[in-house]
Design a protein around this ligand. Sequence first.
Ligand code: FAD
Ligand code: NAD
Length: 405
Amino acid sequence: MRKPKILILGAGYGGLMVATRLQKSLGTNEAEIVLVNKNDYHYETTWLHEASAGTLHHDRVRYDIKDVIDRNKVEFVQGTALEIKAEEKKVILENGEIDYDYLVVALGAEPETFGIKGLKEHAFSIVNVNAARQIREHIEYQFATYNTEVEKKDERLTIVVGGAGFTGIEFLGELANRIPELCKEYDVDYHKVKLICVEAAPMVLPGFDPDLVNYAVSHLEKKGVQFMIGTAIKEATPEGIIVGKGEDEVEEIKAETVVWAAGVRGNSIIENSGIEAMRGRVKVQPDLRAPGHDNLFIIGDCSLIINEEINRPYPPTAQIAMQQGEVCARNLTALIRNKTELETFTPDIKGTVCSLGEDDAIGVAFGKKMVGSKASFMKKMIDNRALYMVGGPSLVLKKGKFNVL
Ligand code: FAD
Ligand code: NAD
């Protein structure tokens, strides 16, 4: 008898959780499981700001997918998904197509540029290993070039980070540590370097605990970060950015490096496939299926779930993607076994910790506020836990963060 085929798109936090849970819950005779991912490696999206700043080598943030899947149970296909043809139950890849009985979409996020002119052409975004490596190399190139030119271009030493959300702040924390090293390495006067964060909202980390935000701002300011709060990036140009305060006040900031970290949207494949979405994110049913699609699960950054307490969407996080992955695997197992009752997904938010470089952080975990080395220790434990959840102790030993003292 033909086995039902489960196709998982994306081997990030959500996709790998589904694959590794299904390989345990289903027997080889029960279903065929296929995992498709652009690269043959998984990367820790939550560590990409470190690779981008150059404080962690990019090879440290990735590992081979084949190291964590059971190849007797899960077939891995390296490929780029282009379109989901839900009616025909197939996915078009760059090099071919794959059919399915059940589909899990776990393709992660893309930068949300809100249609701001020039951003796609002139700004970087921290989106994957290749982008992180390019940002690191680009910054180093600016430092290396600065001293070789007779006419000094100070904008080579100006780095603008757009957005003071968690990504922007974590990246600034790493950069603030990296800049003194770069100055030493490339004979650059530290005082010439400008690290500017432009944030449209009236505060850094909008909505986060104000005491923790003050701690973060003062920590980063001491390390040379300049904050432009209540100031929006209006345009990116080959020379830098145009920012605006209110309607009339505009200013040009010349910068050779602009990193856009001001929000994300779901993978464009969702919209390109005609699946109803808001900014590429599908408001999924409580069982994580897309409305109107009995065999299509959407998890991670491509999904949207509402926090009923405040009637607003939960911010997309790895924490939620992994929890969804577990529930999705259980629901798929139930469907394969012809059970009709599926589990409802409810996020269990254990907290939020934001790093400020390697040795400092702020956060709330299990209801407790924390700062400094304690928060930094917690952050590394969270990073290690994510590895453990997917690949067990051997992956933690191979890739974990043990610089905790
Ligand atoms: P991802 O983990 O991003 O995985 C998507 C996968 O799909 C990737 O392997 C990608 O290569 C693959 N893919 C994409 N397009 C295609 C395609 N067309 N075809 C085939 N494969 C494709 N969240 C937290 O909870 N805590 C944190 O501390 C935290 N820190 C963060 C730091 C940074 C710098 C960033 C950018 C995000 C951070 N987040 C954090 C958010 C978190 O990373 C995301 O919410 C999480 O990665 C979402 O998981 P996912 O499975 O949906 O997507
Ligand atoms: P975000 O949406 O959380 O923050 C984006 C910031 O950019 C906001 O503060 C917004 O006001 C600002 N902004 C928007 N438009 C702007 C403009 N034109 N000019 C200047 N500023 C502008 O996005 P993010 O920081 O990329 O985070 C994405 C997701 O990943 C979030 O859900 C976040 O919670 C998660 N994340 C979590 C962690 C963590 O838990 N440590 C770390 C990184 C990211």
